[in-house]
Design a protein around this ligand. Structure first.
Ligand code: PDD
Length: 290
């Protein structure tokens, strides 16, 4: 069956989707995107994802004439069409807006371009997001964060992230946890970072050096509303990660996944931690609340 995508007002088979090479998304990486998980046909945190997309468009001064409901309808249509096409019952919905194609390659924002709106669905690889019964763990390396100063924008300019992710893969690990020159942890190359110390869940505060992750937001809210577990949003030093009782990565594709090795060394016992085991079912119970 065919994977059905959306491009500028039209649903079509993914392999037939075409954009201009003059699209500024292609030339400059000038766009924003979202990845929204849909488990068994149900989207997780659709509205917060669309809000972040709209916020990103405001930051880039891209103005497609689309309201919340248009984005919601697009997501629902992509889920429906691609679940019917049996791509998978668990999908990642990718939404993408770039400034559009211009006649010339000029660095400043041109007036009056028609933004490119693209969406497609892909099979979500099995992860801790799918069900509380799935128990995956990750190994990571650490690296100095060499990306730019606007990581809070979910930009399609992902080269910095891609190079850090590749660094992790090349070292035989799953991911790279990044820290700035002062040793403060920012995030991973494609996920947010949490640690547990003496029963408290700790994560770096939101600022321009990390993405305001939707899974991060959900996890913090679930912890505060549905558990007595203390939570701190505060700067985290790399050294604290190495001596943590538990470390987790969160994202829309991974859910909340324990990290069991950092730079080849085990995190505590080297197994998924006790607090994660306790919290994971609570996360799953509430994952569709957002
Ligand atoms: N990435 N930080 C970065 C740099 C990310 O790329 C992501 C997610 C996150 C987690 O955000 P969220 O919980 O909203 O997914 C944090 C997506 C999944 C991607 O690029 O594929």
């Amino acid at each position: 069956m065919q994977n059905i995508a959306f491009l500028n007002g039209e649903y079509l088979p993914l392999e037939q989707a075409r954009i201009s090479p003059l699209d500024r998304g292609f030339l400059f990486g000038e766009g924003v995107y979202e990845v929204i998980p849909a488990i068994q046909g149900r989207a997780i945190a659709l509205v917060p994802h669309i809000h972040r997309l709209l916020q990103g468009m405001r930051a880039l001064e891209i103005k497609p004439a689309w309201a919340m409901d248009d984005w919601r309808n697009l997501c629902e249509a992509l889920i429906e069409k691609n679940t019917d096409a049996s791509i998978s019952s668990n999908l990642g919905i990718y939404l993408h807006v770039s400034r559009g194609a211009d006649k010339r390659r000029f660095h400043a924002y041109p007036e009056g371009l028609q933004p490119t709106i693209f969406g497609f669905a892909f099979e979500l690889q099995e992860s801790c997001l799918h069900s509380p019964d799935i128990k995956k763990t990750l190994s990571v390396i650490t690296a100095e964060d060499l990306r730019w100063q606007r990581c809070h924008i979910k930009s399609t300019s992902l080269l910095g992230n891609v190079m850090h992710f590749q660094q992790g893969q090349a070292a035989g690990s799953d991911e790279a946890i990044l820290h700035n020159a002062n040793g403060n942890v920012t995030e991973a190359s494609a996920a947010n970072v949490f640690l547990v110390k003496d029963g408290t869940v700790i994560t770096p505060p939101l600022e321009q050096q990390l993405l305001p992750g939707i899974t991060r937001m959900m996890l913090l809210d679930i912890l505060r509303r549905h558990t007595e577990i203390p939570v701190e949003e505060r700067p985290v030093q790399l050294q604290e990660l190495r001596s943590a009782d538990e470390v987790w990565l969160t994202s829309s594709t991974k859910g909340v996944t324990p990290v069991t090795r950092i730079d080849g060394e085990p995190v505590a016992s080297g197994e998924a931690g006790e607090l994660w085991q306790r919290l994971n079912p609570v996360f799953h119970q509430h994952k569709f609340d957002y």
